[in-house]
Design a protein around this ligand. Structure first.
Ligand code: NAD
Length: 287
């Protein structure tokens, strides 16, 4: 489909964006479904986010995705937030509804859908999760909204620890069906004990990603048992040391690339009301 005077624009903002696979994934899906949309990426620094959001409104774009470091700044520029985005305090998808910006966070739902895609339902389960940054917060809040029974959050006592405390408090106050505890990630014995009582263990830290590739938070692999699901948010490399060790011990594993795919599928649905051609997109861009 050729770009015309009627073509509607969507885009990604953040910095850097040059490496992003989103323009290819969305433009392929628009072409495949015959939708008259085009998707671009714009390098926008955090302090430029409010001006960028105002400009996109003036241009009446259909919606936009937000990546680091703008996710929190753009949250403050939305006219309305989904429940998940409000609790997470960050948006990755903003939709133009009659000239109003509605902010969503599909990262956590992407993780939940990725688990479902691997045959793992989170409702009613107990999960131990390591991390308290953007990915960890989105997963903790959304899994609680999706009915997870109990969360044991393990956070390092670094600059993200305040965020861990705030997230645990928000879940405790706003999602009463989920029991949530916070532990110091350096308490290795407690981590193994909680994983032993959990259905799912998720690494939502940067450990496993360059320059920490080849590292895993789980040094004693005896903690892995059949029946435990192990998921990792890190998608580069596709198979982290954590996932390789868990697979070797017979655990079911959910790789981070699934979260990346499904957060896009959820955003596509918010923009268009349609299903992305998931299998073609997976084969082309996520194999
Ligand atoms: P962030 O900077 O917001 O948070 C980083 C987290 O890692 C913090 O909790 C920090 O305490 C922890 N951390 C860093 N170094 C650590 C170490 N040595 N030991 C223990 N903990 C450590 O980052 P983020 O946006 O949450 O991203 C985290 C990871 O998730 C990255 O690898 C990112 O690529 C990945 N990610 C994946 C997806 C996906 O769709 N699969 C989406 C978002 C992020």
């Amino acid at each position: 489909m050729e770009i015309s005077g009627h073509t509607q624009m969507l885009c990604l903002i953040g910095s850097p964006v040059g490496h992003s696979g989103s323009p290819a994934m969305y433009n392929y899906s628009f072409r495949k479904l015959g939708l008259d949309y085009a998707y671009l990426a714009f390098d926008i620094k955090e302090e430029e986010a409010p001006e960028a959001v105002r400009s996109l409104k003036l241009l009446n774009v259909k919606g936009f995705n937000v990546t680091m470091p703008c996710k929190t700044a753009v949250c403050h520029c939305c006219d309305e937030l989904s429940q998940a985005a409000g609790l997470i305090g960050a948006v990755n998808t903003v939709v133009n509804v009659n000239g109003r910006w509605i902010g969503h966070n599909t990262d956590g739902l992407g993780w939940v859908q990725s688990c479902r895609d691997s045959g793992v339902e989170v409702r009613g389960k107990k999960m131990a999760i390591a991390g308290s940054g953007g990915a960890a917060t989105a997963i903790a809040v959304t899994s609680a909204l999706e009915g997870i029974r109990e969360l044991s959050v393990f956070a390092r006592k670094d600059s993200f620890y305040d965020n861990a405390e705030a997230t645990v408090e928000k879940i405790h106050n706003h999602i009463p069906g989920c029991t949530v505890h916070l532990y110091d990630l350096d308490e290795e014995g407690r981590l193994y004990e909680e994983i032993g009582k959990s259905d799912i263990f998720t690494n939502a830290t940067r450990v496993g990603m360059k320059p920490m590739d080849g590292q895993s938070l789980i040094r004693d692999t005896k903690v892995f048992r059949k029946g435990l699901v192990v998921s990792d948010v890190v998608y580069n490399p596709r198979t982290t040391k954590l996932l390789a060790d868990a697979q070797a011990a017979g655990c079911k594993t959910v790789p981070g690339v699934g979260m990346l795919l499904w957060q896009g599928v959820e955003a596509f649905r918010l923009y268009t009301g349609l299903d992305m051609p998931v299998e073609e997109v997976r084969e082309r861009y996520f194999a």
